[in-house]
Design a binder for this molecule. Structure first.
Ligand code: MG
Length: 385
């Protein structure tokens, strides 16, 4: 089977309230259009893509191709018409003759999955059409425009229809030509197919179809642009013993005793790592760096923090801010706090790091100088989806 895609990106985006075409708006660091193109390329079934954009946007597309491209699967550019229907027709006319199947897709739906494209094409090959849809959650009312009377269709019989909509190229071309001749306008390509060719075959893949939303209003954009936050806390305590160095937040502090432990026993960095792992939902440092593992004997906790930060990046997060409190009766830490903050700031790749110290006025194990404890709280932010 040979399949092409017609990607329609010729809208004005007026409903989204942007000055220009909404498909050039960024969503988590990437434009909607390049997300949609990537989704098509991931589907792998398409030999080529016809991109339909308005003449005014051609320069913007060339810029995008340079910055986020190269979009090698895009073989032809077609120009948008007065209506979406005209734009699609222009796109269809650019698909090479002899191509069997075509998937028509709106660039404003950048979350369509490879599974959706595959099924859409498979159905089009088997039965002539494949249109993604999903059951509706809301009760739908139909209003008679004359009388204002409402009618409630049976919700179980209703489907919300999206794109991609795939067809045999010759059939959908015929439907579009006939509609153009008669001046008939449908709200989607499936409606033209229904009128001139026959009933369409709907399918649903959940939850993919629920996520395959059309970015229409500014609120749709805000929903995806809002960063996702994760918060975590950490606590640790180590015993003070003779013959050990005292290391806090990667800084060696002169003292007659140091903290006991398997690694360098940097209690403050341990609390911070636990806070980060907590925010990621990744358990605790005991799970990642067990003290039965000889690789971690005497290791600098700053090295372990680096490994924790690798996990943060792997999951698409960054540290938004971190706050560490060290509880120690002695030594006085004030003179070292700045150095500690700089160490952590560099390790976390984050300027908003705070390190503070307090005593417990001689109460408890910290007050009696049996040990030092530390607490940390960290906020991670994710901007991408
Ligand atoms: Mg510890």
């Amino acid at each position: 089977m040979t399949a092409w895609a017609v990607l329609v990106a010729a809208g004005k985006g007026t409903r989204a309230g942007f000055s220009g075409n909404k498909v050039f708006q960024r969503l988590g660091g990437k434009t909607v259009l390049s997300r949609a193109l990537e989704a098509l390329e991931k589907a792998e079934a398409f030999e080529g893509i016809v991109l339909v954009i308005s003449k005014e946007d051609e320069a913007a597309y060339e810029d995008l191709k340079r910055d986020e491209g190269p979009f090698e699967r895009v073989k032809f550019i077609a120009h948008g018409g007065e209506t979406r229907q005209e734009s699609v027709f222009n796109g269809l006319k650019s698909v090479p003759e002899g191509v069997e199947l075509v998937a028509i897709h709106d660039a404003a739906r950048p979350f369509a999955t490879a599974a959706i494209f595959q099924e859409s094409l498979c159905l089009a090959q088997r039965v002539g059409s494949g249109v993604i849809s999903h059951p509706v959650a809301d009760t739908i009312k139909q209003i008679d425009p004359e009388t204002g009377r409402t009618h409630t269709p049976n919700r179980s019989e209703l489907r919300a229809v999206q794109t991609p909509q795939s067809f045999r190229l010759q059939e959908i071309l015929r439907a579009h030509s006939l509609a153009a001749q008669e001046g008939y306008t449908g709200t989607d390509d499936a409606q033209l197919y229904e009128k001139y060719i026959g009933p369409v075959r709907l399918f649903s893949i959940l939850p993919d179809a629920y996520r395959n939303i059309k970015l229409t209003t500014r609120e749709d954009f805000l929903r995806f642009q809002r960063p996702l936050f994760r918060v975590g806390t950490g606590y640790d305590a180590h015993r003070l013993v003779r013959g050990r160095r005292l290391v806090l937040c990667g800084v060696e502090v002169p003292h007659d005793r140091g903290l006991d432990g398997h690694s360098d026993a940097d209690v403050a960095t341990h609390a911070l790592m636990d806070a980060i792992l907590g925010a990621l939902g990744e358990g605790d440092i005991g799970r990642h760096f067990p003290d039965t593992d000889d690789r971690y004997r005497g290791i600098s906790s700053m090295k372990l923090l680096k490994k924790v930060m690798d996990l943060v990046r792997k999951q698409g997060y960054r540290v938004e801010n971190a706050d560490v409190t060290i509880v120690a009766q002695k030594p006085k830490l004030l003179a070292y706090l700045d150095a500690m903050r700089l160490q952590l700031s560099a390790a976390l790749d984050c300027p908003a790091v705070n390190v503070k110290a307090t005593t417990t006025e001689r109460m408890g194990f910290e007050g009696e100088e049996q040990g030092i404890s530390a607490q940390a709280v960290v906020l991670l932010a994710k901007e991408d989806m």
